[in-house]
Design a protein around this ligand. Structure first.
Ligand code: TRP
Ligand code: ZN
Length: 868
């Protein structure tokens, strides 16, 4: 039986008893016995002569206070308590750690041949005893010592201030970071790399050295990351007026990494997936992902590092804001509509699902057992939507005024979400009291809309009603301040000016009550409303649109997002009704006018190809599942497939014409070319279900001169189970088996394989020479895709999918609890399935719960799921 792990509560925050103003670290790197010497300048802040420092998995070698050996201490689980201390002192702590045995990838560990660190959220305590909390900001000096031949590069935060060869084949490099920072931003890297170098001059004239470190032989895959970094630096100056503040910016790509990347001051550590790309190894999606993540980590330099978080409950302060910034960056550089569509898909799919699950929490959580469990879609993506709502309410100018004041007030300190709201209020002279509820209330609000046209009065009334279902963490819900963006169209497709009480009013309605009516005057004919434009708030919309209104909006809405959204709502109507049809044992069908609406989009000459590709993409199984209290997995899968097949057959001529006309002779990665490939490959994904499918996929695979087209061909073959599938899969594996990152795409296809014997094939695939459960990217590609993107097999009624997930989770619990804890999410949603499936999932959760070494990470989620 797992031991019960203690929760921490936001309301219990206490400022630290001491602070550390400076820390001098020395690392003597050895695979199994690294010696860390930490010399800290400590100052008492509160009336306490005892100091408790966090520490985990450390061997204490020496403890001194003011250079004198100190025996007044106790070692307890997870910390050291030091007693009888003076008010100001120098604390010397020597610890020994074992980086080679560290498979959890938190603290100091080895990734292939290189040493690297990951300290966020609470990994620094695995390096030395410390006040490992973000409201203790110190200046760091770091000396790294290691064998020179094996580890020619020794890196840490800040500027290199000293280096020397030692006489035993080792060398040392000393770094100093002038900006005080919390321990989670500390980083160290040692290894042998190829380096891509460039330079950037900031707008005020600071010269910055840019260095990207990659595994030997990968230099030809680092270019896009460098271009993205330079674009990020420029964009932050132009849009936010924010400039870089050190003389050097380093990025290291590592193969073993739990997340996407980490914003350590001056020394970002990246999952190699978000650095390495060339046309032969990476898809367009990979390129765009690199741009977004490089931007994200760079933007943290101001929103995260210069202004950091007071405590981890405030995580969304830096993450929501930084996600908003990276989304804006991608939108300014590429297609705003396509970016918005993809972000909204994430909210409506996995974020809404999380908010309805046992893990539901507000963007600023109140209760945490394992902080790593709260790097969630809610904190990041919903957090970004909350930031976007300020932008919608205040406009770009007001928003930027707020950001400026926030940074002026809090630069060099640790702030709270409340500080952010206050800055927005004070800079704009507005009252955001009710808006603050977005930080404390979990769950997804539904806004139900009713409309009424009064021809005589020429008024049009919209009645908006909001409600939020109770969530597991919070039963009572209040009315939120919801910015609700609308437009009204007349039959000619023209926009009607919005007038209330004789005055012109904004498109953004302020819904603040449970139920509220808005009466618009001078409306000369019954309009078609475009509602929740740009997805102006993270809510579910309910409005009884007719098919005619939706097809009208698909053509006439002024903005692309609204057109796409109308298409999605039209599909949603027929997905829902066909699920019932299938449940009644009848055939799926889509009426002619729906098919025609999509035909119209396909044939459009004005719309961007990238946008057309989005309109043609059906909602995911996960998103559709979110529409139901209890989801019929097989019926939803059957309907999505049948709709795809019907559209493919009825639109075959149009799709085929597009497919052939968009063939490119040369590969370039500009946005126009990316969009054309997206549309062509979307066409292929449909054509796969027609007679020509097998020939087209095979031919595209053979002729492809880039990875995007290669993977599109394989994916079409996989989804439609074409004859050529085996040939393509084995050819690819022969060609790329030496390259884990490239093989991840192949593992993902195996994981999503809709074939009835997919699970057996996946088990075999785990024996592939490129696979290892120790590598998070490999595990997520194969196992993660099976759990998240293979609904029919994962939810097989014999329980085989759940058992497989259980086995993997039990193994990962000791190898890498963070990865295990991300993987378990689909099992937490057991409440969405029928009794049989629920019981089967429960068996696996109970088995986990009964493990006596169950990690905190899994403990927190498993207990919540079983409480549900
Ligand atoms: N702060 C990082 C980001 O959002 C993500 C992060 C948090 C992380 N915890 C981590 C990365 C643990 C790796 C491992 O950019
Ligand atoms: Zn981040």
């Amino acid at each position: 039986m797992a031991q019960a792990h203690q929760a921490k509560y936001r309301k219990d925050y206490q400022s630290p008893s001491h602070t550390i103003t400076d820390i001098d670290l020395t690392f003597e790197l050895q695979d199994t016995a690294t010696i860390v010497t930490a010399v800290s300048q400590v100052k008492q802040l509160k009336d306490s002569t005892s100091l408790e420092l966090d520490g985990e998995g450390l061997e204490l070698k020496r403890l001194e206070v003011n250079q004198v050996e100190w025996n007044e201490y106790e070692l307890v689980e997870g910390s050291i308590k030091i007693h009888q201390l003076p008010t100001e002192f120098v604390l010397t702590i020597v610890t020994e750690i074992n980086p080679e045995a560290n498979t959890a990838l938190e603290g100091l560990y080895k990734s292939d041949g290189a040493y690297c660190t990951q300290c966020e959220a609470e990994g620094f305590r695995r390096i030395t005893y410390y006040l490992d909390r973000p409201d203790v900001l110190a200046k760091y000096t770091t000396t790294v010592i290691a064998d020179k031949a094996q580890y020619p590069f020794l890196l840490s935060n800040g500027n290199r201030i000293e280096q020397a060869d030692l006489n035993d084949g080792r060398h040392m490099v000393k770094w100093s970071d002038p900006h005080p920072k919390p321990s989670y931003l500390f980083a160290l890297v040692a290894g042998d790399f190829d380096v891509l170098r460039d330079k950037y001059t900031t707008k005020s004239g600071r010269n910055v050295e840019l260095e990207i470190f990659v595994d030997k032989g990968n230099l030809n895959r680092a270019n896009h990351a460098m271009v993205s970094l330079i674009n990020s630096m420029k964009w932050d100056e132009e849009r936010f007026g924010l400039e870089y503040d050190l003389d050097i910016y380093m990025i290291v790509a590592v193969d073993f990494f739990n997340m996407g990347a980490m914003e350590n001051k001056g020394l970002n550590v990246f999952n190699s997936k978000f650095v390495l790309a060339n046309d032969q190894t990476a898809t367009d999606t990979d390129y765009l992902g690199i741009e977004a993540v490089i931007g994200h980590e760079y933007f943290h330099n101001w929103t995260g590092n210069r202004v950091t978080c007071r405590d981890w409950f405030q995580l969304s302060l830096k993450e929501g804001l930084t996600v908003f910034r990276d989304q804006e960056f991608s939108s300014d550089l590429g297609s705003r509509a396509v970016n918005r569509i993809n972000n909204v898909r994430i909210i409506r799919g996995p974020q809404f699902a999380e908010d309805a699950s046992p893990m539901s929490h507000p963007i600023r959580p109140d209760k945490v057992i394992e902080m790593n469990n709260f790097y969630t879609l809610t904190v990041y993506e919903k957090g970004s939507e909350v930031i976007r709502m300020y932008h919608t309410l205040l406009g770009e100018e007001g928003f930027q005024k707020g950001i400026k004041l926030y940074i002026e007030r809090h630069d060099g300190t640790a702030a709270t979400c409340e500080d952010f709201v206050k800055a927005m209020e004070d800079a704009n002279g507005v009252d955001l009291t009710q808006f603050r509820l977005w930080y404390s209330q979990s769950g997804t609000p539904t806004v139900k809309v009713a409309s009424h046209y009064d021809a005589q009065q020429q008024t049009y009334t919209l009645t908006l009603e909001q409600s939020t279902e109770p969530t597991q963490d919070q039963k009572e819900k209040q009315a939120l301040h919801i910015p609700f963006d609308i437009e009204l169209y007349n039959a000619a497709g023209e926009v009607t000016e919005l007038r209330c009480n004789g005055e012109k009013v904004s498109n953004v309605l302020n819904l603040t009550q449970a139920k509220q009516s808005f009466v618009f005057e001078g409306v000369t004919e019954k309009p078609v409303p475009s509602l929740l434009r740009e997805f102006s708030a993270p809510v579910k919309l309910e409005y009884d649109y007719s098919d005619e209104e939706l097809t009208f909006l698909m053509v006439h809405a002024r903005n692309e997002f609204a057109r796409w959204d109308a298409g999605q709502m039209l599909l949603a109507k027929y997905i829902r009704s066909n699920v019932e049809t299938v449940q009644a044992g009848d055939e799926v069908s889509l009426p002619e006018q729906v098919v025609d609406a999509f035909r119209g989009v396909l044939l459009s000459k004005e719309l961007e190809p990238a946008f057309i590709a989005e309109v043609m993409s059906l909602p995911s199984h996960n998103e559709v599942s979110g529409w139901y209290k209890t989801v019929d997995v097989d019926a939803v899968a059957a309907v999505l497939k049948a709709i795809k097949v019907q559209l493919a057959l009825e639109l075959a001529d149009e799709l085929s014409a597009i497919y052939h006309s968009l063939k490119q002779s040369e590969y370039t990665i500009d946005h126009a070319a990316i969009g054309e490939r997206a549309l062509r490959n979307t066409a292929l994904s449909y054509l796969a279900y027609t007679e020509q499918g097998n020939a087209l996929a095979l031919q595209q695979y053979q002729q492809a001169n880039n990875m995007t087209d290669t993977i599109a061909a394989m994916s079409a073959a996989n989804q439609a189970q074409l004859d050529c599938r085996e040939t393509l899969m084995s050819d690819y594996s022969d060609k790329w088996k030496h390259d884990g990152l490239v093989m991840d795409k192949w593992f993902t296809l195996q994981g999503c394989n809709p074939s009835t014997n997919a699970l057996d094939m996946i088990k075999q695939t785990m024996q592939h020479e490129a696979f290892s459960l120790k590598n998070p990217n490999r595990t997520r590609s194969l196992v993660g895709s099976f759990l998240n993107m293979n609904p029919v097999n994962f939810h097989a009624i014999d329980g085989s999918g759940y058992q497989f997930a259980g086995e993997i989770l039990r193994e990962l619990n000791s190898v890498n609890p963070q990865v295990a804890s991300r993987l378990i999410d689909p099992l937490l949603k057991l409440g969405k399935y029928d009794q049989t499936r629920q019981a089967l999932i429960k068996v696996e959760l109970e088995k986990l719960k009964s493990m006596d070494d169950l990690a905190k990470d899994l403990f927190e989620k498993v207990t919540k799921a079983l409480e549900a």
